[in-house]
Every structure is written in structure tokens, then in C-alpha cells.
Design a protein around this ligand. Structure first.
Ligand SMILES: Cc1cc2nc3c(=O)[nH]c(=O)nc-3n(C[C@H](O)[C@H](O)[C@H](O)COP(=O)(O)OP(=O)(O)OC[C@H]3O[C@@H](n4cnc5c(N)ncnc54)[C@H](O)[C@@H]3O)c2cc1C
Length: 419
């Protein structure tokens, strides 16, 4: 029996939920499988979204809601420059608020397609016997509770330790690519925003092998400490310099979130026109420039535009695997260079902030002290990323540009649908 084209998204993190919105808007049938018990959970740190991503979410009808839960990041002259260039300040969110918004703003039927408690454990192929379809077979997804789901394609949005990626390597019979290395780790604390600390303010301090950032939202503050992963431990503290006992430190750390900070871009992002990876499943970027999720959201735009085009061009309801494979490859080509650049820039900023060597010490202590130098460099770095890589959804019903500044957008938001 021939089946209808459908997608399974593995993972209901912020990238998976953005993909759910996009597929729903594109009229593509989907199911999301999420391993956590609840989709909306108060976990994770803070997220900054840059204008090009706010624009994409505006295309999905979410801008007004985003403004109610996000606060404008007005740190320093380069943020003002971004506002002047693109018409909006970057917005800062608690990650959990953003995930909640992405979930709750889906229609009730779409929310019903998002299934919690579904940890994907394996993906296999299932030949489609007797079918005249151009597609050789469906994918069978098995979850840890024994349930199974079937789909034409799988979109792996299941983060840095992606199960979809492992299955992709198994099915393609290629050796798994090595895990992304992590030279840094991050610890963060969330606490009620102290009175006197403005919600739009932010600050950061750079020190040897460590950096500190403070970001705020309407009600909460987030302190993030990035630290170089130490070599062999030398736990002998200098006398007189220790303010905490080891137990104090452990008790404090137990209240914090902490993670390794992997960095890497996968060589191959898809397999056989069947499995394709987006977000942290395909690339992992340090948090210092706030690119990770932003890049994941632009992945969604690039991928959904390609898949939608394949479906529009297909003479039957089930496009061929060859056409899907080409679409996945095109998606990778559109994104990989940008993501690699962003990973390198963000990695450099992490090393700069943690003053890794004498040259970087000079940059932080001397060059960046010259008024206007840091803004000049940051603008040189951000403007192309926000503008050139800022893709928009094709063919979605929209009212045109949600906001504009002095710099014309490279990829214009189409007015109305442009099928
Ligand atoms: C401290 C910190 C600060 C950051 N700040 C920023 C920032 O300011 N701006 C920015 O753009 N990025 C930032 N990032 C990066 C950003 O958080 C990530 O890039 C983003 O969360 C990736 O989203 P994702 O949906 O791809 O993956 P994830 O957020 O990892 O979500 C993956 C989802 O898949 C689910 N899952 C995993 N395995 C399975 C399975 N087997 N079956 C089913 N479900 C599964 C998980 O439960 C999860 O819900 C920051 C990261 C950190 C650590």
C-alpha cells in the first residue's frame, strides 16, 4: 500500500519545535517524538535571538508573542548599531520560556502531534512491498517504550548526542564521525533579577581560562561561567585564597546547570533522502556569540524551503528518494559554510574571553580598550551573518518585512504567498 509523505522530527527542543511550525505552515504532515516527560520544562539557560531569526519567527506569526517574553539586549554601541541596521534589538529569553512559546503557539491539532515520553532508540528501513511509489520504503522508528512510528523522512533535531545521527551512520554503513571535541565547559546559574539591575542590561568579564557573562530577562538573571577544561587536576589551593570549602563549591555547583561545550560541524548531514539532521545534531557552537540556536532555526528555513519545493515539483504525492537526497544535499551546501564560519568565530571569541594566549591578552587588554574598536569588529562580524545567511521561508502567507533598518535585507520576506 502506498503511504502519504510524512516526516518524523526527533526532538522537541527549540529547533525541533520551530521545524514543527514550519512543516505545519508548509502543509507537510509531521509527528514529533520527544524523550522528555513534558515538552514545557523549566530547564536550560538563556538564549539571545538575533534579528534574522526574530524575522523568521515573525513569518511564523510569533513576533508579538516573542516581544512579550523577550527583553531587548541593549549592551553597548554594537547592539545599537544592530538595531539601526536591521530595525530591532536582539532579544534575550529564558530558554524554557522560548520552548513554551513555540509549543503553546502551535494549534491544538499540531500540539497533539508532539509526543512526549518517546525516546527514540533505533531507526530502520522498512521495504514498501507491492507499492508503485518512487520511494523504496518507509522508515521505522522505535522508542524505548516499544512503540513504533513510520515516516518517509526523519528530521533529527535531537541535539548534540543525536540518536538520529547514530542511526544515520548505521544505515549508511559509514563509520560514525567522531564526537565533537569539548575544550570548554559552561556552568550557569538562574536567579530572580536583582532590583537595580536593568532587564536590558548585560555585562561580561574576561579572565585567564575563564569568562563570566550576566544576561537578564524581565524577571530572571542568568550568570554563565565558561571555563577551559582543566588538565590533570591540581587541587592544592593557595593558602589564604580560598573562600569556599570543597563542600561549599560542590553544593553551589549542584544548584547550577553545567555542560561540556562541544565544538564541531558534521561532515555529512543526511543519508539517502531519508534522514537529515538540523540544529545541534549537525553542528555545535560555543555559546559566546549566541549563534547555536540561531543557526539551528535558519537550518529549518533552508531545509523546509527545499523539501517544500520537491513536493511542489513532484508529479506524484510521494517524491523520489533521489529528489529528496538532492534537496538535503542542497540544504547542507547552503548552511555548512555559514555554520562553520560561525563556529570558528564563536570559538575564537570563547578563547579571547578566556584569554588563551599572549596575543589574545593583548587584544583584550589593549586593542579592545581603544574606543570603537570592539564595536567595529563585532559589526564587521555580525552584519554579514545576520544579513547574508538570513534566509526566509518561501511561499508562506506573510505581510512582508516585519521590521527594517538602514541595511536592506539580502533575502526579502515575500509579501503574501509566492507559490
Ligand atoms: C549556556 C548556554 C547558552 C547558550 N546561549 C545561546 C544563545 O544566546 N543563542 C543561541 O543561538 N544559542 C545559544 N546556545 C546554544 C543553544 O542552546 C543550542 O544551540 C540549542 O538549544 C540547540 O537546539 P536543538 O533543538 O538543536 O537541540 P537541544 O536544545 O539539545 O534539543 C534537543 C531535544 O531533543 C530531545 N532528544 C534528545 N535525544 C532524543 C531521543 N533519543 N529521542 C527523542 N528526543 C530526544 C531532547 O530531550 C531535547 O528536547 C547556548 C547554549 C548554552 C549551553
Amino acid at each position: 500500500m502506498a503511504h502519504e509523505f510524512n516526516a518524523i522530527i526527533v526532538g522537541a527542543g527549540p529547533v525541533g519545535l520551530t521545524a514543527a511550525h514550519a512543516l505545519s505552515n508548509a502543509g507537510i504532515s509531521f509527528t514529533v517524538l520527544e524523550r522528555r516527560e513534558r515538552i514545557e520544562e523549566n530547564i536550560g539557560a538563556t538564549i539571545v535571538l538575533w534579528p534574522h531569526c526574530i524575522r523568521v519567527l515573525a513569518q511564523l506569526g510569533l513576533e508579538a508573542k516573542l516581544r512579550t517574553i523577550g527583553t531587548e539586549l541593549q549592551k553597548g554601541s554594537h547592539q545599537t548599531h544592530i538595531q539601526e541596521s536591521f530595525g530591532i534589538y536582539p532579544l534575550t529569553f529564558a530558554r524554557s520560556d522560548l520552548v513554551s512559546l513555540l509549543y503553546s503557539s502551535l494549534s491544538s491539532p499540531d500540539q497533539a502531534r508532539i509526543l512526549p515520553n518517546k525516546k527514540v532508540t533505533s531507526i530502520t528501513t522498512e521495504p514498501e512491498s507491492g507499492s508503485e511509489s518512487a520511494h523504496s520504503g518507509r522508515l521505522k522508528v522505535t522508542c524505548s517504550d516499544g512503540t513504533t512510528y513510520y515516516s518517509t523522512i526523519i528530521i533529527g533535531a535531537d541535539g548534540v548526542h543525536s540518536a538520529a545521527r547514530k542511526s544515520m551512520h548505521k544505515l549508511s554503513k559509514t563509520p560514525p564521525e567522531p564526537p565533537f571535541p569539548a575544550s570548554y565547559r559552561v556552568m550557569w546559574f538562574t536567579f530572580p533579577r536583582p532590583s537595580g539591575v536593568g532587564q536590558t542590561s548585560a555585562c561580561e568579564f574576561h579572565g585567564k581560562d575563564m569568562s563570566f557573562q550576566l544576561l537578564n530577562t524581565t524577571s530572571a538573571s542568568f550568570a554563565l561561567v565558561d571555563q577551559l577544561v582543566p588538565g590533570p587536576p591540581d587541587n592544592k589551593p593557595a593558602p589564604g585564597h580560598v573562600k569556599y570549602t570543597q563542600e561549599d563549591i560542590e553544593a553551589l555547583a549542584a544548584q547550577a546547570g553545567h555542560l561540556p561545550v562541544e565544538e564541531g560541524v558534521l561532515e555529512q548531514w543526511s543519508w539517502g533522502g531519508k534522514i537529515v539532521l538540523i540544529g545541534d545534531a549537525a553542528h555545535k557552537i560555543t555559546s559566546n556569540q549566541g549563534f547555536g540556536l540561531n543557526d539551528g532555526m535558519i537550518d529549518v528555513v533552508a531545509l523546509v524551503n527545499e523539501v517544500r519545493q520537491v513536493l511542489l515539483n513532484s508529479s506524484s504525492a510521494m517524491p523520489s528518494e533521489g529528489a529528496l537526497q538532492q534537496a538535503f544535499q542542497k540544504y547542507q551546501e547552503t548552511r555548512k559554510e555559514w555554520v562553520t564560519k560561525n563556529m570558528q568565530t564563536s570559538g575564537f571569541t570563547t578563547r579571547l574571553s578566556t584569554v588563551r594566549n599572549t596575543l589574545l591578552w593583548f587584544l583584550v587588554r589593549a586593542l579592545f580598550k581603544i574606543p570603537g574598536v570592539d564595536s567595529f569588529l563585532i559589526n564587521k562580524m555580525y552584519n554579514p551573518v545576520l544579513n547574508e545567511s538570513g534566509l526566509v521561508f518561501e511561499g508562506f502567507e506573510t505581510e512582508g518585512e516585519p521590521f527594517e533598518g538602514k541595511v536592506p535585507w539580502r533575502h526579502a520576506v515575500p509579501k503574501g504567498g509566492n507559490n
